[in-house]
Every structure is written in structure tokens, then in C-alpha cells.
Design a protein around this ligand. Structure first.
Ligand code: MIG
Length: 688
């Protein structure tokens, strides 16, 4: 049951696609307050044991209680515990307790969620202006509310199957030979690999939709050469367009008035990687069509996937900002003895990037409606990705193109996935990754993942292995790291066997993971869930944040502590532990409901199969193009007949509803014994 309320005259975000009637009643569950200065805000009094889920890509725990979050897409590469904003703005929460209720604040500008920060049991939702929509969702449980919400916002973007392979990135592989070397070393070490990323240095002077002739002289041939080895190249696209006479994207953007403008009608400019840039007005439908059509040049070279970056939009500086800082400096009293003044001086220059004042100084032309950027800030990255997604429908109508973005808003989940931006090679960020995945699923961002191994800082071998052991289960499984940090390709830490083994587990799990992912997309469901969503009556399970349900058959309990030989795991029911050392080397143990200490070395991955469930595994392969899905091994934990319906298609076309996409694996009684039945060849049944 969903109720919709409209305040003021909100800008259409297209987050919700289902027709929902406007409620005439006063808002339910929330207490509406208008402050003395006319600002509308809402409060909600939580019960002591209420859990608050949601907020998608946000800091801290799965349970958002006890902190304050600001939805304002922000390029901040230091995700320390006190941060309130990351790259996404996902304004959906679910309060789960005796009463369960979902709240979606559909507002394109900043919204603050104070979830028991100012006052312990009080939620305060504070939109930054009075034009927004609120949806209140009633349901039987938190999970039920999430499913209703997902129905409202429409089907999630579906990635091609190859995007479930392991992917290697680095800022940057600077030329053909560096990319060749990465691929060669992976192949020599028999570490499976499906994609290599091209970060900003593949471009000519950081110009979108160009490729450096010097460093990638025969790009199309090179893309094909990689393809022959089962490797896809995935180039980055930045939001800002370089200001340079003769550069077609710049010239056209100016000619058609497709860039964001200052109040005086001139094109707004900021400094980003290419130097001075203009920002395409993605909120304008014609500009969107135009920018989207530009991806064609790379598609024509054989490219099948992209990542959209810097689309908060991120700015290093503006001339206006620098002028103000310099002005401040000119007037600075160099004889001052006030320490406060020193800091003020420092802040002038430290605060040049992503200045609120700059966000307030440019405008969008939303098809005739001129709006100031800060009032629609959270839609920018979303609409950049929408531009690409809509263009792909015409440029490659029968093919799924990999697309994920850094900045996002709910609604963008229909056009692409996300990666979670510039984390660090910290154990705490592995844990943050674990806790964030189910929240992203709640908000529709199913194809997602973090930079495995951490983007900033220097990664260690054990952190890389433990992070990969978790990354096996995230749809986007990509190792990415920043310029200047220790190399973290899987062959950079000495002996490569452990890396090969861990990634080989991923490849034998791809049919299951892809199936669970596709079913979740098609049914507006979650692929990665909190344990509490599957065991709502189990009070202990309610508080677990570091174990996750992956699809219908398995639970995982990643190890995220350095030097830990294992960890405690809570089983909400009897389960079968499969301790993987590689795709084929495994140890099994049936464990009773309750708490267990599970030992797992840095090269081992514990997986827990639920009672009366089965897990299909195929043989591992070096890349998804060479995967053999005609033969399966089945691990089943049951003493009765059960069935698993696997979704399988060609992984690239869009024939989602074809009945042939359903493959059944069943455990049935055959001649007095339980045996496996499937249209696939079952090479082995391990029955427990
Ligand atoms: O200012 O393109 O989050 O993944 O490697 C940094 C360089 C710009 C930020 C992205 C990161 C990428 C980097 N980019």
C-alpha cells in the first residue's frame, strides 16, 4: 500500500514510474512540522528496537540509526566515519519494528536524514526546500516494503553476463602495451579475467569520446585483439567537456546551447581533468540525446561497456572561486596573530573544489524551465547515465551494454549500475562494502560493487585476498586502484595461486550469481539481502550486519579483520558449510543453528548453503566467453525433493521473457535414492 504526497511544485525526477494516485489525506506516520522560517520537515519517533534500513550508497552501517546523512551527491574521496554524503543520493528508508513503514523523499536537492543523531529516538527528515514528493509505503515487513518500492521505481538495469567476470582496472593503463601486459600476465598465471578498464589517460587530452592516437594508434584493431583473448575494454567517460576550439563535442555543445549556463547566459566553466570544461546540460532532453549519441564512436570501435565518472559533477575549481580566494589573500592581514585567521586563509584554498557557491551559480534548461543547479543537483549524474542508457536503446537495440556511474539518484537504476567511488585500501572499507551492498539492492542498484582492494592507499596481500573473497559475490567484481598507490593487480603480491583459486570460485559460481541477479532484476527483488530479511522472526539475525544472503541458496560471512584466522558466524538455521579453497577443492561440514567459529585462511572462502537448497556450479574458465554451461556439479543440502530454477540466457541480448531461459535443477527420488535431475548434464552430485 503506497501513498503519495506532493509539497509545493516539485521538479519531475522520473524516479517513480508507476502511476500512484495523490493522497488527499494528511500525511501518515510522519509528523509534519513547519519551522518559523517556513521550512517543512518531518519527524518520526522510533521504538527502542526499530531498525532503519535504506539510503543506498551511504556511510556507516546497514542499520542507519544513530547518525545523520545528507543526500547531496559529493565527490569526496575520504570516506571516513564522520562523512555524511557520498556520491549517491538515495532517499529511501524503511523503519522496521513492531510497525514497518517505508519512506521515499523524491527531492532533487539536498535532503537531510537525521536518524537518531540529534535526539536518540527521533528521525528528522529535512528537505532543503519545500518542493518535493513523499511516498509512504505500508507493508507486512521491511522486505515486503522494499519489494513494493522497487515495483514503483521500475525494473533495474540488466548488465551483460560478461560483466560478471573478473575485471581489472587501474588509474591508468596508459597505452596498448600496458594493457597487453596486464592481460598477458593474467593469462600466464591462469587467473581468470574478462575486462580491463581504460581510465582517463586513454583519451586525447582528457577529451570525451576521443582516443589518443599516440598511445592507442589502432584502437579498433586493439579492441578486437583483446576481444580475441576474451577481454573487453571498458573506457571511462567524464562529465565535463574540454573547452578547445575545433573539438567537435565542444563546438557542437556551444552551437546548440547544450552546456549549463551562468545567470548572464554565458557557458559555465570549471577546471577538471581536461583543464577548463563546460558541463553538458543532461537535464535538457535534447542535450541528453546529443551527448548520448556521442557514445556511438566508441561502440563503433567495438566497445561494449563504459563507466561514467566525475558526474556529481566534480569540479576542482572555478575562476570565480580562485578570484575570491586571491581577493581574500590580498586583503589578508599578514600581521595577524589570530590562529582562526590562519585556518580561514587555508580554507579559502582548500575549499576551491566542489564549492556550494559554484553549484549555486549555474543553470539548467529543463526543456524550457530554467532551474538553478543546486536545486536539482542530485539528478545530474543520473541524467548523464540516462543519456547513455537511452542512446544505447537506439545505438545497440539488441545488445546489453555495460554501464555504471559514480553519481546516482534513484531512477538511474533503470539505466545503469554504480561503483561506490574512491574508497581506500583499509579493512574498514571492506566492511563498509559488505554493509552497503544490501542497501544498494534496496534502492534498485543491483549491478554494483566497490573498488576491490581499495582505490586510495597501499593495499596488502591479505587485504586484497579477503576483499576478493567477498567480491566474488558482488555483481561488479573489479579490482581498481589509484595512481601512485602500490600496484594491486592479482600478480603484484608474489605467489599468484591463491588469487587464481579465489577468482576461479567466482567463475564456477557465475551461472548461479547471474541467475540470482537476473531474477532479482526481472522480479523487482533483491539479490543481496540482510540476513534479517530471510529470517525476520529470528531476533539475533535482526542485528547481523556482516553476513549476507546471496540469492536464494546461500549465506556468506566474509572475514574483514587483518590477521584473523577466521570469525564467528551465526547460523539462523542448520546449514552446510562449504569451505572453498579453489573452485574444485572444498571441505564440507553440516553445522547446527547457532554461533560457530569458522576458520578460513586468506586463500579460503566459506559459503553456507541453506537447508533444502542447492547450489549449481560449473567448471571454472579463463573468461566468460569460454565458460562451459552444459555441465554442472550440484551441491545440495536436503533429504527431500527440492528444485532450483536457474535463469540462463545468452547473456547479451534482451530476450528476457523467453521461457527457454528457465533451467531446472531438481533433487528427486529415483529408485529409492535421491538423485539430480536436469536438462543439463550433471557431472557430480554432492548431497548432504
Ligand atoms: O579525480 O579518472 O572515482 O575511479 O580512477 C579522480 C581517475 C578521477 C575518480 C574515480 C576513479 C578514477 C579517477 N577519477
Amino acid at each position: 500500500m503506497v501513498k503519495k504526497y506532493i509539497y509545493g511544485n516539485p521538479i519531475e525526477t522520473n524516479a517513480v514510474v508507476e502511476e500512484i494516485e495523490l493522497s488527499q489525506d494528511p500525511i501518515q506516520y510522519l509528523n509534519e512540522i513547519t519551522t518559523t522560517d517556513g521550512q517543512i520537515l518531518f519527524t518520526y519517533l522510533m521504538a527502542d528496537d526499530d531498525i532503519v534500513y535504506g539510503l543506498g550508497e551511504a556511510n556507516r552501517g546497514l542499520n542507519k540509526r544513530g547518525y545523520i546523512y545528507e543526500s547531496f551527491c559529493t565527490d569526496d574521496p575520504n570516506h571516513t566515519e564522520e562523512k555524511r554524503s557520498l556520491y549517491g543520493a538515495h532517499n529511501f528508508i524503511v523503519i522496521s519494528g513492531m510497525i514497518s513503514v517505508g519512506i521515499f523523499v523524491d527531492a532533487p536537492s539536498k535532503v537531510t536524514f537525521d536518524i537518531g543523531y540529534t535526539a536518540e529516538n527521533m528521525i528528522k527528515i529535512i528537505p532543503s526546500d519545500n518542493n518535493f514528493k513523499v511516498y509512504i509505503i505500508e507493508g507486512k515487513s521491511a522486505y515486503d516494503i522494499v519489494k513494493q518500492f522497487r515495483q514503483m521505481i521500475g525494473r533495474s538495469y540488466m548488465a551483460p553476463r560478461w560483466a560478471f567476470g573478473f575485471q581489472q582496472s587501474r588509474w591508468s593503463y596508459g597505452n596498448e602495451d600496458e594493457v597487453r601486459e596486464v592481460v598477458k600476465t593474467y593469462r600466464e598465471n591462469n587467473i581468470p579475467l574478462d575486462a580491463v578498464y581504460l581510465d582517463i589517460d586513454y583519451m586525447d587530452s582528457y577529451k570525451d569520446f576521443t582516443v589518443s592516437e599516440e598511445r592507442f594508434p589502432n584502437f579498433k584493431e586493439f579492441v578486437e585483439e583483446m576481444r580475441q583473448q576474451g577481454i573487453r575494454l571498458v573506457p571511462i567517460i567524464d562529465a565535463g567537456v574540454k573547452i578547445e576550439n575545433g573539438y567537435d563535442v565542444y563546438e557542437e555543445g556551444r552551437q546548440y546551447q547544450f552546456f549549463c549556463k551562468r545567470a548572464d547566459g554565458s557557458d559555465f566553466a570549471a577546471g577538471v581533468w581536461p583543464g577548463r570544461t563546460h558541463f553538458p546540460d543532461f537535464l535538457n532532453s535534447n542535450a541528453r540525446k546529443w551527448f548520448g549519441s556521442k557514445y556511438k564512436v566508441l561502440l563503433d570501435s567495438g566497445i561494449e561497456g563504459f563507466w561514467n565518472d566525475m558526474n556529481e559533477p566534480a569540479m576542482f575549481f572555478t575562476n570565480e572561486g580562485i578570484a575570491e580566494a586571491v581577493d581574500y589573500l590580498r586583503n589578508f592581514d599578514f600581521n595577524t596573530n589570530e590562529p582562526g585567521k590562519f585556518f580561514e586563509l587555508k580554507d579559502q584554498f582548500n575549499g576551491l573544489a566542489n564549492r556550494q557557491k559554484d553549484y549555486e551559480s549555474f543553470y539548467h534548461n529543463m526543456d524550457g524551465n530554467i532551474v538553478r543547479h543546486d536545486t536539482v543537483h542530485n539528478l545530474y549524474g543520473y541524467h548523464m547515465t540516462r543519456a547513455a542508457g537511452e542512446a544505447f536503446d537506439t545505438l545497440a537495440p539488441d545488445k546489453r551494454i555495460l554501464m555504471f556511474s559514480r553519481s546516482s539518484y534513484i531512477g538511474m537504476h533503470r539505466y545503469g549500475g554504480i561503483w561506490t567511488g574512491d574508497n581506500q585500501s583499509w579493512w574498514s572499507h571492506l566492511l563498509l562494502n559488505i554493509k552497503m551492498m544490501p542497501s544498494l539492492n534496496m534502492c534498485g542498484f543491483l549491478y554494483s560493487g566497490a573498488d576491490l582492494g581499495g582505490f586510495g592507499s597501499h593495499c596488502t596481500r591479505d587485504l586484497m585476498l579477503r576483499w576478493l573473497a567477498f567480491g566474488i559475490f558482488t555483481p561488479l567484481m573489479r579490482n581498481h586502484s589509484a595512481i601512485g598507490t602500490r600496484r594491486q593487480e592479482c600478480y603484484s603480491f608474489g605467489d599468484t595461486d591463491a588469487f587464481k583459486n579465489i577468482i576461479s570460485i567466482r567463475y564456477s559460481l557465475i551461472p548461479y550469481l547471474y541467475s540470482e541477479y537476473m531474477k532479482a532484476c526481472l522480479n523487482n527483488d533483491m539479490m543481496i539481502k540482510p540476513v534479517s530479511f530471510e529470517y525476520p522472526a529470528d531476533n539475533f539475525a535482526r542485528s547481523i550486519e556482516d553476513q549476507l544472503m546471496i540469492g536464494e541458496s546461500i549465506m556468506i560471512a566474509p572475514i574483514y579483520t587483518q590477521n584473523a584466522p577466521g570469525r564467528y558466524v551465526y547460523l539462523p538455521e542448520d546449514m552446510l558449510l562449504v569451505l572453498f579453497k579453489s573452485s574444485s577443492q572444498r571441505r564440507y561440514q553440516i553445522l547446527k543453528k547457532g554461533m560457530h567459529y569458522i576458520s578460513a585462511a586468506v586463500d579460503e572462502v566459506p559459503v553456507f548453503i541453506r537447508r533444502n537448497k542447492l547450489l549449481p556450479l560449473c567448471r571454472t574458465s579463463e573468461c566468460t566467453d569460454r565458460m562451459d554451461t552444459s555441465m554442472f556439479e550440484i551441491i545440495a543440502y536436503t533429504d527431500e525433493s527440492i528444485e532450483y530454477e536457474m535463469y540462463e540466457d545468452d547473456g547479451i541480448s534482451k530476450d528476457y521473457d523467453n521461457p527457454n531461459n528457465k533451467v531446472s535443477f531438481a533433487i528427486r527420488e529415483i529408485g529409492g535414492n535421491l538423485g539430480a535431475v536436469s536438462s543439463k548434464t550433471i557431472v557430480k552430485l554432492s548431497l548432504f
